[in-house]
Ligand binder design. Structure first.
Ligand SMILES: [Zn+2]
Length: 481
């Protein structure tokens, strides 16, 4: 990111240079800025307010499904990280190590956590003795560090914020249910709150999490028709329980190992939201998570008009208090400047209040997504505005669903896939025999990866798109972030 510190001044059209457009929106909407630390971003107040609203929506769902929050240390002793061989092999290249502290070399290196399985499973090993101690259903909100070579604000940063849930269960079927339950919590959260439709499915062995027996994912389509992995949920079987000695005395007097899961989602979702909904004028934030659901722009030419407008605006904010998150822009900029600014920053609905509106007892509402205007009587704002915001939320989701449908293709062969994907990005559904060699052949020829084996709607059957052998699976291939 160090060489990406300059931004162009004019709006970049989304269709011209998508990558540039994304960076411009992040910077100009004041969501994040580059920091003196390579690959690490500063999340600015507007971006952080968005993240806090997202967190609230997800946290409520995590708690409603019986989980509680806790906090574990940022540092993980090397010996702990090494207990599960596949896990450590998967993460080793990305781990940042602390070798010295307090003026001395450390006897044992400490990893800055890339994820917390090793730490949390160690503690579960201590806490679990009897079948009565299970299940353990804990979530943690925190930060992790993964040393990335190529970074991009929100999408891939060296340090990022996330939540990671870790659970331990008495029985296999309970753990498997948990993995799918949390995948569905992610699906519901991302679709309902962020207005981003997702495809839920299982990862292939090549794409699963280091140390997992099965990884499930939700995949979203961005505005350039590439895929973004928006949340994952992992089934570990008894592997971690054996490596970290999480065992319990069962009801029948037998000593057994627990079954564990983990699931995570991160500030990456902010990037997903920007890329799913944004347009050439900038950001469009879904009302449910928008820091300001409505911005009120007072309009007056003469000083003597100001008082009447102020009175009307104060009345509006009072009537919307507790119902709609409002921001009044009293800054010294012109109304036209304010319109552009708040459009670019993605506020779902703008309210214009001028002397003529005050005289007529109304305000003019302008939707960010369609730019449709409507005059609303001040007395009816408290009912009409929430309806309008609901409608924006629904429209954004519907638009994203239609966009995904228009960029989804069903293909029968690798030739067909290669030819189509050359012309346009998208989700490509195809019959797949399940072999890693065929998956790799697709990647080599098209750079598309196997995003998931969808849980629903996978009825693309017939010969495997690569080898022609009978295919038991439908796989979705795409270029991805
Ligand atoms: Zn095959």
């Amino acid at each position: 990111m160090a060489d990406e510190t300059r931004f162009v001044e004019e709006n970049t059209d989304k269709s011209d240079d998508y990558a540039r457009w994304y960076l411009d929106v992040v910077a100009k909407a004041q969501l994040a800025d580059y920091s003196p630390v390579r690959g690490c971003m500063v999340i600015r107040p507007y971006g952080y307010a968005l993240w806090e609203n997202m967190q609230a929506g997800l946290d409520a769902r995590i708690k409603a499904t019986g989980h509680v929050n806790a906090y574990f240390p940022l540092f993980i002793p090397e010996s702990l990280l090494q207990r599960e061989a596949e896990h450590v092999a998967g993460f080793n290249p990305e781990v940042a190590w602390i070798t010295a502290a307090g003026g001395n070399q450390l006897e044992e290196r400490l990893a800055v956590r890339p994820t917390s399985e090793a730490m949390i499973m160690t503690m579960y090993g201590k806490w679990v003795q009897s079948w009565r101690d299970l299940p353990i259903l804990i979530n943690q909100w925190g930060n992790v560090v993964r040393w990335e070579m190529r970074t991009r604000p929100f999408l891939r940063t060296t340090e990022f914020l996330w939540q990671e849930g870790h659970t331990a269960h008495r029985a296999e079927d309970e753990a498997r249910e948990e993995v799918l339950r949390m995948l569905d919590v992610y699906r519901d959260f991302v679709e309902t709150e962020l207005g981003v439709p997702v495809l839920a499915g299982r990862k292939s062995d090549a794409e699963k999490f280091a140390g997992a027996e099965a990884t499930y994912t939700i995949e979203a389509m961005m505005g350039d028709a590439q895929a973004l992995q928006a949340g994952t949920s992992h089934f570990f079987g008894q592997k971690f329980a054996k490596a970290f000695d999480i065992s319990f005395l069962d009801q029948d007097g037998e000593r057994r190992h627990a079954w564990t899961t983990s699931w995570g989602s991160s500030t990456r979702l902010v990037g997903g939201l920007i890329m799913c909904h944004g347009d050439d004028s900038g950001l469009i934030i879904p009302p449910r998570v928008a820091p300001h659901q409505t911005v009120i722009v007072p309009i007056f030419r003469k000083e003597e008009e100001r008082e009447a407008v102020r009175e009307a605006v104060d009345g509006i904010t009072r009537s919307l208090d507790g119902q709609v998150r409002c921001h009044v822009d009293w800054s010294e900029n012109t109304p036209g400047w304010k319109f552009n600014e708040w459009e670019m920053r993605g506020v779902p609905v703008r309210l214009e209040v001028g002397p003529r509106d005050v005289a007529q007892g109304q305000a003019v509402a302008v939707r960010r997504d369609t730019r449709a205007k409507e005059s609303i009587p001040l007395s009816g704002l408290a009912t009409r505005l929430p309806e309008l915001l609901d409608d924006v939320q629904r429209s954004l989701f519907d638009r994203a669903v239609a966009f995904r449908a228009a960029h989804t293709h069903h293909v029968k062969s690798l030739d067909e896939l290669a030819e189509l994907i050359e012309k346009e990005r998208g989700f490509f559904w195809a019959p797949w025999c399940g072999s890693a060699a065929c998956e790799e052949a697709v990647r080599e020829r098209t750079r598309a990866t196997l995003r998931c084996i969808p849980l629903d709607g996978g009825d693309d059957r017939g010969p495997c798109l690569v080898c022609g052998q009978p295919a038991d699976h439908t796989a979705v291939f795409a270029h991805s972030y």
